[in-house]
Design a protein around this ligand. Structure first.
Ligand SMILES: NC(=O)c1ccc[n+]([C@@H]2O[C@H](COP(=O)([O-])OP(=O)(O)OC[C@H]3O[C@@H](n4cnc5c(N)ncnc54)[C@H](O)[C@@H]3O)[C@@H](O)[C@H]2O)c1
Length: 399
């Protein structure tokens, strides 16, 4: 009876609590639920602003392409008209699996059909990196909006050329830095930028891929700095709102097959920022225990961090071996599932003119420049200084 005195009035007599802002999945549900009610509220505040349909062509149905294919087919605002991929032997399985009887399948040498088709409004580029520049520029020139997997091109100069075409054609070119759309990373950014930990003294990123990509993929990937580390550089600069003035990098190839293709599989990079913040990126191509993605920001008022996520949260205790939980997610496809869905919705809103693009050209170009500096530092063993010209850095991200 000791707690009886704390009994409260019925919850029905009190205002119903609102969903917390962190529960983005419930908000997504609520949008569709409220929309379907006859008493639907006008002007519901949501990122899913419009019901207009955007028509797509998809280039490349490999690892990344399969994620985007699944997402657009599940999105009532998308309609797929073309798939372009050179492995014709896979077409019939893809058609059957995804019920794409009405979608045209083409090889890359036939892709002109996509560019001249006025019914295609947007192109997703998920083919190997070395093919991006040509597809991106042709699509933009044909007045299509472009969603391009990172990196947009193999180096900064070619990336700049793509953005110049986008500017001249007046069409959006979106670089798919999917981690920005992950709810945990974006929540951490908000907390850091609200000053919750004060001036960030250090930021540590652990970024370890799983499963290890095939050698065939790595051979044409553009190397670990432009293929992998661009994600981490983007995350660090996007959260901090500043760009390094010096980088010092050590890298090594522990895997003989990776050494044989003149690439590395393990990188430790330190980045010095103008405000005094020091960044560290600890990168590996191969974590045997799953896709290990962690980020910690430390300041005078405390620490915020994004931990690994697991498919479920069951804890078991059998015998005296201590508690065990589920493994962390195996791969980017599972860890960033919601981020991929959210980035596609963002792209749709941009195409429909409902919001500003979250990934600006100057940000992508800066990331490419930093990745090249990191590669140079690892090859020369020297610290590399970075100079930024007036107007080179993205004003929007510096605030
Ligand atoms: N954001 C992410 O999380 C993420 C993850 C993986 C890959 N990527 C990026 O996505 C791109 C593709 O990587 P992947 O791992 O899916 O590669 P992949 O090798 O699994 O798939 C590439 C596909 O593109 C097809 N292809 C080749 N040349 C083509 C062309 N000219 N036109 C159309 N299709 C063509 C291939 O047949 C293959 O099916 C790369 O740029 C990579 O950096 C991004």
């Amino acid at each position: 009876m000791a707690t009886e005195k704390f009994k409260e009035a019925s919850p029905y007599t009190k205002p119903r609590p609102r969903p917390p802002r962190e529960d983005y999945i419930y908000k997504h549900f609520l949008y569709f639920f409220e929309f379907s009610l006859t008493r639907a509220k006008k002007n519901t505040k949501t990122i899913y602003h419009s019901n207009a349909t955007i028509t797509f062509a998809l280039f490349g149905v490999g690892r990344a392409g399969t994620i985007h294919l699944t997402n657009i087919l599940h999105n009532s605002r998308c309609k797929l008209l073309y798939v372009v991929d050179d492995i014709e032997a896979n077409w019939s399985n893809i058609k059957k699996r995804f019920r794409l009887e009405n979608v045209s399948f083409l090889k890359s040498k036939q892709s002109e059909a996509v560019f001249i088709d006025h019914n295609v409004q947007a192109v997703i580029v998920a083919s190997p990196t070395y093919t991006h520049q040509e597809i991106v520029t042709k699509a933009l020139a044909a007045k299509k909006a472009v969603f391009c997997e990172k990196p947009v091109a193999e180096n900064r100069e070619d990336t700049e050329k793509c953005y110049e075409v986008a500017r001249l054609c007046g069409k959006p070119l979106f670089t798919a830095f999917n981690r920005r759309f992950d709810p945990s990373y974006s929540a951490l950014r908000e907390r850091a930028r609200n000053g919750e930990i004060g001036h960030v003294h250090t930021m540590n990123i652990i970024s370890r891929d799983s499963p290890m990509p095939t050698i065939d993929y790595l051979r044409i990937s553009g190397g670990i700095f432009h293929d992998c580390m661009v994600h981490d550089i983007d995350m660090m600069t996007w959260i901090l709102g500043e760009y390094p003035t010096a980088v010092a990098v050590q890298a090594t190839a522990n895997v003989p097959e990776i050494k044989a293709i003149d690439d590395v599989d393990t990188v430790v990079a330190t980045l010095k920022f103008p405000s005094g913040t020091l960044g560290m990126i600890n990168l590996s191509r191969n974590a045997c225990y799953g896709y290990d993605m962690r980020l910690e920001a430390f300041g005078p008022k405390g620490t915020v961090r994004v931990a690994n996520e697991q498919p479920n949260h069951v804890e078991t205790m059998y015998g005296y071996d201590g508690p065990t939980t589920a493994p962390i997610y195996y791969s980017f496809a599972s860890r960033f599932k919601s981020a991929y869905i959210r980035e596609m919705n963002h792209f749709l809103d941009v195409v429909l003119g409902k919001c500003e693009m979250m990934v600006q050209s100057k940000e992508t170009l800066a990331v490419s420049k930093i990745a090249a500096a990191c590669e140079k530092s690892s090859r020369t063993g020297q610290m590399v200084e970075l100079c930024w010209a007036a107007g080179e850095l993205p004003e929007e991200n510096l605030m």
